[in-house]
Design a protein around this ligand. Sequence first.
Ligand code: JHZ
Ligand code: ZN
Length: 404
Amino acid sequence: MPKICRVCEKSLSEFMTFGEMPIANSFVNIQEKKNQYFYEMLAAFCENCFTFQLLDVPAAEKMFNENYAYLASTSKEMQAHWSQLAETICKEFKCSEESFIVEIGSNDGIFLKNIADRQIPHLGVDASGNVNEIAKTKGVSTLNAFFNSKIAKDIVTIHGKADIIFSSNTMHHIENMNEVVKGMNILLKDNGTIITEDPSLKEMIIKNSYDQIYAEHMYIWSLHSVGSLFGRYDMEVYKIENNNQHGGCSRYFISRKGNKKIEQSVIKHLQIEKKLELHKLKTFLNFKKNIDHSKRQLRELLLSLKDKGKKIVGYGAPAKSTTILNYCEIDSSLIEKIFDNTSTKIGKYTPGKSLIPIEHTDNFIESQSDYALLFAWNHQAEILKKEKNYKNKWIIPIPKVKII
Ligand code: JHZ
Ligand code: ZN
């Protein structure tokens, strides 16, 4: 039976298995170690609408619930990033007390806090109750729900339509994206703007950052595929911006068709994607080869260091580390512990077969390791600055396995 694309319902081309995977953000405690949920992580590409996606993924409630481990505000750099964007959006779209901004996937309020501080009417919708509660403490109004067309109608009834629908690092987490875009279509004013930001397929292919792929990241979007998705609802991308967050993200500005002039950035970006052949299956077959190569290199390096009696720890336990650890078959015999500053992860173990204990980053220096594998490679500058007293070696896993 061919598998069907979630966006356009045509047949998918499966190009790779990562093997058995746990849910990336489901860090486990001692009692949960033996009773984990696994699924086979299979990657596929749709040659019709150009969407990169995973095949079967765990039910949304298994991934986004009261125990959701990722707190966006753990990084100062991320706080600055969203505060700057809020300022830009407020200026560019002349937001005022008359405006209404809705965020889908508002996490701990890292973005909407900046909107709330300006007294602009807003609403954050997030499926994970624990992060909603944190957002509320920052003065952010939130709704604990999975966004869909029903929720969109309810919001319109209570608050009216939105001038801006914002969504960062969320569009790649939601299985039924047609339902989300239907909801956006209901919620958006005729001249409103949708702004979404997600890890970019272009950057993932260039950097070989396969660790962006895990169940929660069931899509990695490109301008080609975002265009296909919103095109189904008579909307189009009129502007695109790129930044280095999370290893390389694209920010899409979307309006109803013909409402805004298509900017040069869109035309240029489409050309770059075509040059990289992001619309062709052969690119993903080649990606698979590069991923296999990276696994071999990382394992060989860790095994040879262990042979020499070196002590190796990890730094950062991002969701991304679940893919690297499980796909590269790394456990606590190779990496003793991982240091991370997230309260919801400390004292737990990395999920799946890796089961590496996580400790607070305050204990990093005194652990006296010879090598620290930087799983949070996208925060390299911030972390190396913070840990300037660490005098030994770092192993950087992405884009190429290297020691610095
Ligand atoms: P970080 C998350 O990905 C999950 P992750 C999610 N699926 C998503 O889409 C993206 O974000 C947006 C730690 N750390 O940001 C904190 C330190 O310990 O790369 C985090 O556990 N010290 C929602 O999980 C991890 O590293 C530090 O100084 O891949 C980084 O996770 C810093 C800066 C981070 O996101
Ligand atoms: Zn498709």
